[in-house]
Each structure stands twice: as structure tokens, then as C-alpha cells.
Design a protein around this ligand. Structure first.
Ligand SMILES: [Zn+2]
Length: 373
């Protein structure tokens, strides 16, 4: 048997004994005498140890339950900041804007992977819900797709007469919007005074206004024939029916009717001629003139308080590889612009895995809007 370890053991025992004596001496403090170096060293050591221990406990308790990684700041989560703002200023138009989606930006980075193409003739740039018609861009339609609203409307609103027509494609959304308004307020006096307006009727209106106020003044309020947005069939002017059901009174979007102005985006409508944007739209503020552009565009336009003109500028900078990401209430859309070939067809890239729409811009391109979630 090898006993060599005994020597080592004895040596180790000696070291341990010395350490134990040092600690015993250090802890043996006689406060009636000046502190020894050992006493001072031990007091400092114990203080540091206890401080470190307490700090570690507090740190872990504080961080318990806080998610790690890319968690969003609390203020960006749905139902926190936005709801508080809404509660504090319920009448404010700004606060009723569409809410941002709860998904983080990185969840929808605008990347569309599986693409195919569809062919579009150049003339199709003049079709679709997003065609821009203003004093620079004429309308290429003249009522081909319109129906008389009197025949197809619900009972929750009125029309001035059977001549009020809109495109058949927006009848359901018009009915739904006024049905919802009626279900909340029990009010059915809202009257659609004008929808589609033909080029020839526009000529008559423009001539009458010019004779009355002169051409310069007339152009501020009445579009020249061919350049009225009413010619698209995607527009309605609202009025309020007076008791006899014949004459309307001016609709101003105030009182209970502010619900319509604030919620119309959910149905795809925007207030087209905004206050303060007269230089961009070319028209004075019109609280009664609503234009259908589809839900995604209406959300973005309303969220950002911009005009259709500004939206089209934004879209033109958004290609298939860097689409504009639109979010509202958990819905997400990607939308992008594709320039049309001047001669012949255009191959428009579209997603394989998502529903999408294609609209012309009424000038030189197509706008694809894909529903991502
Ligand atoms: Zn109008």
C-alpha cells in the first residue's frame, strides 16, 4: 500500500487549519479594540458578497415574465396606446383612423416569393377601382357598367331619383355601409344625390357654371367634361333628405354623420377632396363627395391623411420587390406598381399563393394588390 498520500494529506490538513484559523480570527471581532487588518478584510469581503447576492436576486425577480428577443415595446401593441388615445378624444377624426396591425414589421417584410405573370393589354390601364381621374387625367368610361341605385338599394338610405346610378360592382358595399349606419343610429335620411354623371351632363353643368361665374371660377368647382370623377361610376355625393322627401340639405359629415366619414374606409371609400389639399386635388373641400378605391387603398389613404394623387405617387415608387405594406386590424396587403408596355401586352407579376386584384392607374401602369393575411 502506498502511504505517500499521507504526507500530502498532512500538508493539506495544515493549510486548511491555517485558513480556518485566519477566518476564525477575522470573525472574532472585539469592538472595544481597534480593528485588525484581518477584521477589516473580512468585513469588506462579507459586505461585497451580500451585496452581490442581493443584486443577483433582484435582477432575476425583475426580469421574470419579460419576454426576450424581438418583443415589441408595449406602446406599439394593439389596444394600448391607440385605445387610450381614442378614449381620451372620442370626437377626434384623427383618432378614428385605421389601427396599425398587431404584427411586427419584420413579420411582413414585403417579400413575395412565388410569382407568376398575367398578360394585360395597354388599354386596361384605364380600368379598375384605382383609376385616377382629375383635371389632368380624363375618364375613359361613360356609364357602361352602371345600374340605377333605386332598383337595387336597401331601405336604409334614399336616392334623389332613378337617375342616380353607380357601377354595379360597388352596389353591395354601398348598401352594407348605410345598413350598418342605420343599425347604429336608426337614421335613414342620408340621400345619395349624385353618382355617375355622363360626359354630356357634365358639359351642361360646366357651361352653366361658366355662364354664371366665369370660366376660372367654374373650374374650381366643376370639372370640365370628360374629367369629372363622377364619370367613373365609383363616386357618390351625399345629401340629407328633408321631411317632404324632395329637397336635400347639404351634407357636412358632422354629428352622427361623422360616423360615415370616419368609417367609410372600411367599405373601400375615401373622402376625395380634403381640406388643405386643394392644390393637390384641384378642388375645394367637399365633405359630401366619396370615391370608391377598394379597402386596402382606402385604409392607407385614411391612415396617412393623403389624397388619391399622393397615394398614386407612393405606389409608383413601390415595385414587386419592394411593395407598399398596408395593415389594418390584423389584415395585411402588399401593393405595387408595374409600368405598362406602351406597345402591346404587359407581363404583370402576381403572387401564386395569395388573392390579388389588378387595377389600371388611368395613365401608364397597373397596380397589383395582394391580400397577405
Ligand atoms: Zn361629387
Amino acid at each position: 500500500m502506498n502511504y505517500n498520500d499521507n504526507t500530502k494529506g498532512t500538508k493539506n490538513s495544515g493549510n486548511l487549519n491555517a485558513a480556518a484559523k485566519f477566518i476564525k480570527d477575522a470573525f472574532t471581532i472585539d469592538f472595544d479594540k481597534p480593528l485588525t487588518i484581518k477584521n477589516q478584510f473580512m468585513i469588506l469581503f462579507v459586505t461585497l458578497f451580500i451585496s452581490t447576492f442581493l443584486f443577483t436576486i433582484v435582477y432575476f425577480v425583475h426580469n421574470a415574465g419579460v419576454p426576450s428577443g424581438n418583443a415589441e415595446p408595449v406602446s406599439n401593441k394593439p389596444g394600448t396606446t391607440q385605445v387610450e388615445k381614442t378614449e381620451s378624444k372620442p370626437e377626434s377624426r384623427t383618432e378614428s383612423k385605421p389601427q396599425e396591425s398587431s404584427k411586427s414589421e419584420s413579420s411582413y417584410n414585403g417579400t413575395l416569393k412565388n410569382l407568376t405573370t398575367v398578360k394585360k393589354d395597354h388599354d386596361e390601364v384605364y380600368n379598375g377601382d384605382l383609376i385616377l381621374v382629375n383635371k389632368d387625367y380624363a375618364c375613359h368610361h361613360d356609364g357602361e357598367e352602371t345600374v340605377s341605385l333605386l332598383d337595387v338599394k336597401t331601405d336604409t338610405y334614399v336616392v334623389s331619383d332613378a337617375s342616380v346610378r353607380v357601377n354595379e360592382s360597388i352596389v353591395d358595399t354601398v348598401n352594407n355601409m348605410f345598413d350598418d349606419f342605420y343599425n347604429i343610429y336608426g337614421e335613414s335620411r342620408v340621400m345619395i344625390a349624385c353618382g355617375y354623371r355622363s360626359s354630356s351632363l357634365q358639359q351642361e353643368l360646366f357651361d352653366a357654371e361658366t355662364a354664371d361665374k366665369g370660366e376660372e371660377q367654374a373650374e374650381e368647382w366643376v370639372a370640365p367634361p370628360g374629367y369629372s370623377e363622377h364619370q367613373t361610376g365609383l363616386v357618390m355625393d351625399l345629401d340629407l333628405m328633408v321631411e317632404d322627401g324632395i329637397d336635400g340639405i347639404d351634407y357636412d359629415g358632422q354629428g352622427i354623420y361623422s360616423w360615415i366619414n370616419e368609417n367609410c374606409y372600411k367599405y373601400g371609400f375615401i373622402l376625395r377632396y380634403l381640406e388643405g389639399k386643394e392644390k393637390i386635388t384641384g378642388y375645394e373641400y367637399e365633405p359630401w363627395h366619396f370615391r370608391y378605391v377598394g379597402v386596402p387603398a382606402a385604409c392607407y389613404i385614411t391612415q396617412n391623411s393623403i389624397t388619391l394623387e399622393e397615394y398614386m405617387d407612393k405606389i409608383q415608387k413601390s415595385g414587386v420587390n419592394n411593395p407598399l405594406v398596408i395593415k389594418d386590424n390584423g389584415k395585411v396587403w402588399y401593393t405595387y406598381y408595374v409600368k405598362a408596355n406602351e406597345n402591346g401586352e404587359t407581363d404583370v407579376p402576381v403572387p401564386v399563393n395569395y388573392e390579388y386584384t389588378i387595377s389600371g392607374d388611368n395613365c401608364d401602369g397597373f397596380i397589383v394588390t395582394a391580400e397577405i393575411s
